[in-house]
Design a binder for this molecule. Sequence first.
Ligand SMILES: Cc1cc2nc3c(=O)[nH]c(=O)nc-3n(C[C@H](O)[C@H](O)[C@H](O)COP(=O)(O)O)c2cc1C
Length: 226
Amino acid sequence: MAQRPLHLSGTRGSAVIALSTMASTSEQVWVVGVTGASGVRYATRLLEVLPPLVKEVHVVFSDAALRVLHDEEDVSINPSNLTIERLTGKSASNVTFYNPRDIGARIASGSMLTTGMVVIPCSMATLGAIAHGIPSHLVHRAADVHMKEGRRLVLVPRETPLSPIHLENLLTLSRYGVRIVPAMPGFYHKPKSVDDMIDQFVMKVLDSMGVPNSLGSRWKEPTEIE
Ligand SMILES: Cc1cc2nc3c(=O)[nH]c(=O)nc-3n(C[C@H](O)[C@H](O)[C@H](O)COP(=O)(O)O)c2cc1C
């Protein structure tokens, strides 16, 4: 799927982010960063559905993401024991995990060719590190690399309420062509369960990544007004 360059301008000057021409889905290589914001379940669901759709998935959980995994899902895993089976209960041969402290990992270099990166969920700490180009772990560094290489970067920020600093950081990154997909589940599809809400939202994330999917339901105009 061809992607047109985004021409953006903001109060800090204009920026042109030429998004790489996207490979067909089966050739796509994605980096998935998971950080310590609430909603690690969005990440585990994405990691369940993404591997069969694309060529490779490279995953890094921050230390705080593993803490949230423990606190929200009662799952205790240390970084060196992370596997796709442990996280999702499903196997996939095209998923590689990285230690967040391994700043020499392949995904820390722009020479590794990728389609793009998604940070899901994205904490305000990671948002700030990316917005200001100050990486302190591998999720930040990989995001920094995607920005410098002009590749697609999708962030799924989660916090409430948002401070002026958070809002400034979101606007800064949006102006540089980063796709901001806040973890704000919708209700228009009439979800029956939390899983329905997660799937509908992960569909929106996949849409922003440019990965065709039929995970959630697409809006149809109601035929009758009650
Ligand atoms: C259970 C739990 C939930 C959290 N939820 C959020 C959140 O929704 N948003 C956020 O910005 N930080 C949240 N935090 C705080 C971050 O984990 C913390 O700022 C951390 O330093 C983020 O590090 P990271 O960006 O390297 O993952 C949460 C922490 C815990 C333990």
